[in-house]
Design a protein around this ligand. Structure first.
Ligand SMILES: [Zn+2]
Length: 62
């Protein structure tokens, strides 16, 4: 799977400046994948490589 984290930020900048270079359509949802949290079973969407929802990820770090 291709990671596009770096391009995401630059696209936002470009979108503000010029419409013809705005790739917001491609951005919408294309990076998000649906994941079921292995901790609580909640289904969420993320563009990161994680198996835990935001809540459970916080708990694990603390
Ligand atoms: Zn969870």
């Amino acid at each position: 799977m291709v990671k596009r984290k770096k391009t995401r930020e630059s696209k936002i900048m470009v979108g503000i400046r010029c419409q013809c270079q705005d790739r917001a359509v491609e951005r919408a949802g294309s990076q998000l994948r649906q994941v079921m949290c292995k901790e609580c079973g909640k289904i969420f969407k993320t563009n990161r490589a994680t198996y835990f929802c935001f809540n459970c990820e916080k708990k694990k770090k603390n």
